[in-house]
Ligand binder design. Structure first.
Ligand SMILES: *Cc1c(COP(=O)(O)O)cnc(C)c1O
Length: 372
């Protein structure tokens, strides 16, 4: 079945007890044992498993065409679970342009724990080949990347990782399974901040890891739920699965809006550069066309000038909200360097935009008046 159908039906069924069509969250932390001491419904305690979380995980696995999924209380908990499934002394190869929080985990938390890492431009396959070390066990890929929207070749990177004895993990937060399904391109694992497009309404935090094979490595990732306690609340799982039903339509409409906004920005004299893989002039456009179903709904642009000129544009918008995060129905604009802090390598004249579901004409009119 197609993604639109799966987003509505995977992990969902009419409740056999009540006939309820819409699911309700199972908030219970504990489940009754049978007279023989067994657990007739398969659940013991909500940290170990919960029916609402299990339904969400089934849905996530199906959407990414994986064997299994594990839901986490945030994207950050999901990436930590993947990193900590490695062993101290292992090396992680990561992209030079990536979500700053993931890089912070590697630098501030995991380095101290004995995990080595280095960064490389993942759009340059020769550089990746040269950067692999004998003890590289994980190649972390983020495409399109945050905030420069660089696109890297998932199939080629997965192949390079495998040849080097490493796993390939793709942070698929920006693209979502609507635009690309990394497991079908050879990646071993997919990670999501479900806080973004999958949640889609800026009202829940969540994360997920989906695996191509339900193997020993994934069992260690999953251990971070039951053993380390990194579990999302049943209510958040329910809210997330409710939002996923409309994911394909939201992402497609947001991406169509973003294409129009990017084309508008590219023609503005005050704009020095637009980073959007859907534009023909983007350096990775050809790869984006073959790997993704569209350019996505995230873009960034640089204005002529520096920090002050960029902040002045973001101060003049009326419809866009100045806020961090992305993937919600409402459009957001953000001066990225100032939120990333002192280690940021993001240009000071760059604004990142998460394009929402408003009408593109209204979004363009707002940017037009802000760019005067
Ligand atoms: C937001 C984000 C994360 C972190 O997810 P949280 O849910 O905020 O913990 C990781 N990767 C990307 C690409 C993100 O945008």
């Amino acid at each position: 079945m197609k993604l639109e159908t799966l987003a509505i039906h995977a992990g969902r069924a009419v409740d056999s007890g009540s006939g309820a069509v819409a699911a309700s969250p199972v908030l219970s932390t504990t489940f009754e044992r049978g007279t023989d001491g067994n657990y007739p419904h398969g659940h013991i305690y909500t940290r170990a498993s919960n029916p609402t979380r299990a339904a969400l995980e089934q849905c996530l696995a199906v959407l990414e065409q994986g064997a299994a999924a594990t839901a986490f209380p945030s994207g950050s908990a999901a990436s930590m679970a993947v990193f900590q499934a490695l062993a101290p002394g292992d090396h992680v190869l990561a992209p030079d342009d990536m979500y700053h929080g993931t890089r912070t985990q590697l630098r501030d938390l995991l380095h101290r724990w004995g995990l080595e890492y280095s960064v490389v431009d993942m759009t340059d396959l020769d550089a990746v080949r040269a950067a692999l070390r004998p003890h590289t066990r994980l190649v972390w890929v983020e495409t399109p990347s945050n905030p420069l929207l660089k696109v890297s070749d998932i199939a080629a990177l997965a192949q390079l990782a495998r040849t080097g004895g490493a796993r390939c993990v793709v942070d698929n937060t920006f693209a979502t399974p609507v635009l690309q399904q990394p497991l079908t391109l050879g990646a071993d694992l997919v990670m999501h901040s479900t806080t973004k497009y999958l949640g889609g309404h800026s009202d829940l935090l969540g994360g997920a890891v989906i695996t191509r094979e339900d193997d020993a490595f994934f069992a260690r990732v999953r251990d971070f739920q039951a053993k380390a306690g990194a579990v999302p609340a049943p209510f958040d799982c329910w809210l997330l699965q409710r939002s996923i039903a409309t994911l394909p339509y939201r992402v497609r409409a947001q991406a169509a809006n973003a294409q129009r906004v990017a084309e508008f920005l590219a023609a503005q004299p005050r704009v020095a550069a637009v980073h959007y893989p859907g534009l023909a002039g983007h350096p990775d456009h050809a790869l984006a066309v073959s790997q993704m179903r569209s350019g996505g709904a995230m873009l960034s642009f640089q204005v002529h000038g520096g920090r002050d000129e960029a902040l002045a544009v973001s101060a003049r918008v009326k419809l866009f909200t100045r806020a961090t995060s992305l993937g919600g129905v409402e459009s957001l604009i953000e001066h990225r360097a100032s939120v990333e802090g002192p280690y940021s390598t993001t240009p000071e004249n760059l604004l990142r935009v998460s394009v929402g579901l408003e009408h593109a004409d209204d979004l363009i009119a707002d940017l037009h008046q802000a760019l005067v």
